[in-house]
Design a protein around this ligand. Structure first.
Ligand SMILES: *[C@@H]1O[C@H](CO)[C@@H](O)[C@H](O)[C@H]1NC(C)=O
Ligand SMILES: *[C@@H]1O[C@H](CO)[C@@H](O)[C@H](O)[C@H]1NC(C)=O
Ligand SMILES: *[C@@H]1O[C@H](CO)[C@@H](O)[C@H](O)[C@H]1NC(C)=O
Ligand SMILES: *[C@@H]1O[C@H](CO)[C@@H](O)[C@H](O)[C@H]1NC(C)=O
Length: 392
């Protein structure tokens, strides 16, 4: 007798098609977001107002594509990567603005940014920092492209050029970095370097329907050899007295809190993109990402957390770093939405950090590129999580 399982296994195609849009946001998300905006529900409405007043979300936005992007001063070429992070933030914000308002002037501005870069960019260079550019702006540009995928006004030649830019310039750098870490070994680079490059491969894999690329990035997140992969990122686990929670000390706890919070933002991006394609990295290793977020959240809102010394390339990290403790960084709306609101798990410390970040802004909500630092750190996250992720 033939089991139902074998019948199904036989009749399903070997490679399931990707969901589109399906990087950070799905159609279902966009319907929910739009409904909150139309009904003027709070806090979504305030976040929408913040987005529509952003100088990056204007239909008249003019991109400044570069032939070569430099991140990290190599002794010859001045850094110019700010043009890329500003334009990536703008492309994403304009794409959202189009999808929510229906006004195609924003769609035209978004595809103009993507297409202008696609026909101009030939390389990303600089120091090792070029791999931060390939990772951070790779996932951001690919997310903007994924949101614009269905726009009929995007000329197919330009869409193809964008696919080529992402596949031929960003993705190979993402893969090379994860494979050989600029020739310096798996141990040297802190977690965020791997994480932004994993996030980029996932987003590009989704936009370009490349299952091989997507699967590679999922495998790397689950079982890669270097600091950004979930098993290596997990330095130590602690049972929190009273709550039954696990707090997970991540790989940048002894470095500084700016990077420790950045790691959580990036892990959120990785897991959200995977989740939208049916793979639950949020749940992987007993909710490791939540446990790591809770540790970071608790320490950054002012409570002490346990700590285990570990080795980094800078030597023994003997104490938790208080450098930039309480720094203001978007990204925890996604964590709280998924774990606290969707899965109904206790995300109280992530919620507390999210609330602290939001309280720091005059709008009281999570903004995006342009609402935080004008330097690169203010553009690491696409942001606007109070609008795009919050469920309740
Ligand atoms: C491709 O994009 C560029 C930059 O936005 C634009 O100038 C050009 O007209 C586009 N090509 C087509 C065929 O629409
Ligand atoms: C898909 O991704 C793999 C791995 O990154 C790459 O080698 C291959 O060229 C990509 N395929 C296409 C059609 O771009
Ligand atoms: C959630 O965890 C916090 C501490 O991490 C605890 O104070 C709180 O009581 C917990 N909430 C619930 C509903 O269990
Ligand atoms: C946000 O935080 C910064 C630095 O901690 C502080 O200077 C600023 O006043 C805060 N802004 C608000 C609106 O709370």
């Amino acid at each position: 007798m033939i089991s139902l399982f074998s019948l199904l296994a036989f009749s399903l195609p070997a490679i399931a098609a990707f969901v589109h849009p399906g990087a950070l946001h799905t159609t279902k998300d966009l319907v929910r977001i739009k409904s909150h905006v139309v009904n003027e529900d709070e806090p979504w409405s305030t976040t929408w107002t913040l987005l529509t007043s952003s100088s990056f979300a204007r239909a008249a936005y003019v991109p400044t594509p570069q032939k070569t992007v430099y991140r990290g001063y190599n002794g010859v070429n001045a850094e110019n990567y700010q043009y890329l992070y500003r334009d990536a933030a703008a492309a994403y914000q304009l794409a959202l603005r189009w999808l929510i308002s229906g006004d195609t002037s924003y769609a035209d501005a978004a595809v103009n940014i993507l297409s202008s870069w696609a026909v101009t960019l030939t390389a990303i260079s600089g120091t090792s920092d070029r791999y931060l550019a390939s990772g951070l702006y790779g996932y951001q540009m690919a997310n903007a492209a994924e949101l614009m995928r269905s726009y009929s006004g995007w000329a197919s030649s330009n869409k193809t050029a964008t696919t080529k830019m992402l596949t031929n310039i960003f993705a190979p750098m993402n893969t090379v970095f994860l494979e050989d870490h600029d020739g310096k070994g798996d141990y040297i680079f802190y977690a965020n370097w791997d994480q932004c490059n994993i996030a980029s491969l996932l987003a590009i894999g989704i936009f370009t329907d490349n299952q091989t690329m997507f699967d590679y990035a999922i495998d790397y997140a689950r079982s890669g050899p270097a600091n950004g992969a979930l098993p290596v990122f997990d330095i130590a686990n602690y049972a929190e007295a009273g709550s039954g929670k696990t707090l997970t000390q991540g790989q940048e706890a002894g470095r500084d809190q700016g990077h420790a919070t950045l790691d959580i933002m990036l892990l959120g991006v990785i897991a959200q993109q995977a989740y939208n394609q049916g793979i639950d990295l949020f749940a992987t290793y007993k909710n490791e990402i939540l446990n790591a977020a809770e540790y970071v959240g608790k320490y950054n809102v002012g409570y002490s957390v346990p700590y285990t010394p570990y080795e980094s390339y800078e030597g023994d990290q003997t104490v938790i770093s208080a450098t930039s403790r309480g720094n203001i960084r978007p990204g925890f709306e996604l964590i709280s939405a998924h774990y606290g609101q969707l899965k109904r798990l206790n995300s109280s410390w992530s919620d507390a950090y999210r609330d602290m970040v939001n309280a720091n802004s005059t709008s009281g909500v999570e903004g995006g590129g342009g609402n935080y630092a004008t330097t690169s750190g203010g553009f690491d996250s696409l942001g606007f999580g109070t609008l795009v992720y919050r469920l309740s």
